[in-house]
Design a protein around this ligand. Structure first.
Ligand SMILES: [Zn+2]
Length: 373
């Protein structure tokens, strides 16, 4: 059974510890100690030193209990967005939030607390389960860096579940997009804007033309694109020599993504020719997408666990990326699980106690399902 009081205690004590990305040392010690007490062998990898942080990813392994079964991995991340300094947690009407300008950090400490309680409840009841690995990552909030640096030689699970999504609790993200970052640099010619504008070539004008020619926002059901940052010029009376755009595009269909990025590149190159400036377009693939069919063993496992506790679980296609993208790309079939927090990354972030409990029940259901072949 889920011990609600213990679950809340774990959750609240994690919230009280500041853990910005790269500064997860203190919270990591508390989590590692809890996992050790559960009977896990706990190691941390070298991701922390590779990323200039205090500590690496936690990989805890609980040996199987009973015969056979499936070896599963439950994952969450220990860093939070800022600020969490001076957090004042409020609990009223079954809702946990904070007052003031800080961010609660339920993303993703609710995931950590739910996983720990779910595993602990099965350990206590001595029910059969497969090997359980608990992966608590660093540096998720600054570009999934912890999972990108994760040493997979320590991971030997069959299926993975990343507890890191909002409402509703227990939904499974079955597909997420591939994501490209694009840096565009226009390079024109500076000249005095009043005395000799004929001698100049405006990088800002080129950028404006390029953006106007791009299809942005929602391109289709599985494709999006955005220019998020425009930076250029140095003074009102100087024809701007340089202008830089930071853009992105995502799609759950890689072919569509490639077409969208090619169209954005062409818009830049055309605008450069028309305005007589130079342009460079740099594209980097931030992460790869994934798609799991409802009949995949991973999804069947997740849905079966939900059914075992009478929980409704929908398969959802997502527009954002997560550590799940990275784990899939590294060869571990993985899905994201809805934790149930809301308004993350804002001072209004909250989670209800009942959703936190339901999330722990789902973690428990996954662990129990691992015991049945
Ligand atoms: Zn998160």
């Amino acid at each position: 059974m889920i011990n609600q009081e213990r679950l809340l205690h774990t959750f609240l004590s994690l919230l009280e510890i500041n853990s910005p990305s790269r500064k997860e040392g203190a919270v990591s010690r508390v989590i590692a100690e809890k996992l050790t007490q559960l009977g896990c062998s706990v190691v941390t990898d070298n991701a922390g030193s590779a990323l200039g942080g205090e500590v690496g990813n936690i990989i805890a392994t609980l040996p199987a209990c009973g015969e056979g079964g499936v070896d599963i991995l439950l994952c969450s991340h220990m860093d939070t967005v800022q600020p969490t300094e001076g957090i004042r947690i409020l609990q009223e009407d079954g809702i946990i939030r904070q007052e003031g300008a800080a961010v609660l950090g339920a993303d993703d400490k609710a995931g950590i607390a739910a996983i720990i309680e779910g595993v602990q409840s099965v350990v206590e009841s001595q029910e059969a389960h497969g090997q359980i690995q608990i992966l608590i990552l660093i540096c998720e909030e600054i570009g999934l860096l912890g999972s990108k640096e994760l040493d997979m030689s320590a991971i030997n699970s069959d299926l993975g579940f990343v507890f890191d999504s909002g409402q509703p609790v227990g939904h499974l993200v079955s597909s997420a997009p591939t994501h490209d970052n694009i840096v565009i640099r226009f390079h024109g010619r500076a000249a005095h804007a009043g005395v000799c504008p004929e001698e100049g070539a405006s990088a800002i004008q080129a950028a404006a033309r390029a953006i106007a020619a791009m299809k942005l926002g929602r391109i289709d059901e599985e494709t999006t694109a955005n220019v998020g940052i425009v930076q250029g010029g140095s003074a009102r009376n100087i024809i701007p020599e340089s202008c830089e755009l930071r853009a992105e595009a995502r799609s759950r269909d890689t072919k569509k993504l490639d077409e969208q990025v090619a169209a954005m590149r062409k818009a830049c190159e055309d605008a450069a020719v028309e305005t007589g400036v130079e342009v460079t377009v740099e594209v980097t693939r931030e992460y790869l997408g994934y798609k799991h069919a409802a009949t995949d063993p991973l999804m069947e496992f997740g849905l079966r666990a939900a059914r075992s506790i009478g929980m409704e679980s929908d398969l959802v296609a997502h527009g954002g990326g997560s550590d799940c993208n990275i784990l899939n790309a590294k060869g571990l079939p993985t899905a994201v699980v809805g934790v149930g927090y809301e308004k993350i990354h804002t001072p209004e972030e909250f989670i209800s106690v009942s959703d936190l409990v339901r999330c722990a029940q789902y973690a428990r259901a996954l662990v129990r399902a691992s015991g049945k072949a």
